[in-house]
Design a binder for this molecule. Sequence first.
Ligand SMILES: *[C@@H]1O[C@H](CO)[C@@H](O)[C@H](O)[C@H]1NC(C)=O
Length: 306
Amino acid sequence: MKYSTAIVGAFALCVSEVVAFPAAAIEYAAKAERDARTNEELESAIASFEKTRRAVGFDAAAHGNDYKVIIKQFEQMFALQPDAATANYDLSVLTPFRADRFQQSVSENPYFFNGAFTGVAVQPAAYTFIYRFMGNKSAEYPEGRLDQETLKSFFSVTGTPGNFKWTEGYEKIPDNWYKRAIGDEYTIPFFLTDLLAAAAQYPKFLSIGGNTGTVNSFTGVDPADLTGGVFNADTLLEGNNAVCYIFQLAEQMAPDVLKGILTDVTRPMDMLTQGITQVLKPYNCPVLQDIDKSQFAQFPGAKGAY
Ligand SMILES: *[C@@H]1O[C@H](CO)[C@@H](O)[C@H](O)[C@H]1NC(C)=O
């Protein structure tokens, strides 16, 4: 159930122009309890929230114990801004944290796979959402300040470093917390700007590929091989190529991910295709008809995970 709602969250990301989670999600939860019609939206809202938490509880499946992983990762993230008076977990903090998590997966998980859909297109949201949504907006910090107490509240963590305690289900918007200003919504183009800024800093984020069965064996697929030459590594960061590459690949790879989780993928795929078409409309992408999936054969972790 959890895994499938996480995927619904990924759809929410792809199909809605404004992704107003997770803060609004929790507000919504209170109102929606008695309103069945909003249940579907609510589920995706909460799934998105779970996804942000997953950024901290990375690779829980590989580690078995969700709870311990969450606390361990939370400790590491928290420690990046140790001074309570000045702490701000913004993207300048979270992007290097994501790079460390990526590296940690490469060095600890022999089956680590960075797929187009789950890895390249959706995973950045798990990090950018933390700051973009949880940051407390004010005149002084129009893009938000995410301090220690706010972070703990959203993640349902209490206690102090070394003694943190995570209580599932007690995520809370702190009192006197201010969401994004009207007109400054976190839109898909805004998200893409964040995604590309992170990739410019850490090109490995765009690298579709994985470990080949042992740790530290990360091998990236050559974009030209994968796409029959429609895209290539040399020009991937030029113009709109990266956005076109990621989202067209995500669309090609999504059915395989979904088949492993849902019995009927038709409707979700329609939504995803529509969403991606919408996202890519302004970008004038080269046409990608097909990809060479045999490129993934070398990655045991790719099975059903892209
Ligand atoms: C959010 O920012 C406002 C303005 O600086 C402040 O009054 C309020 O206490 C802050 N809220 C939280 C939860 O930090």
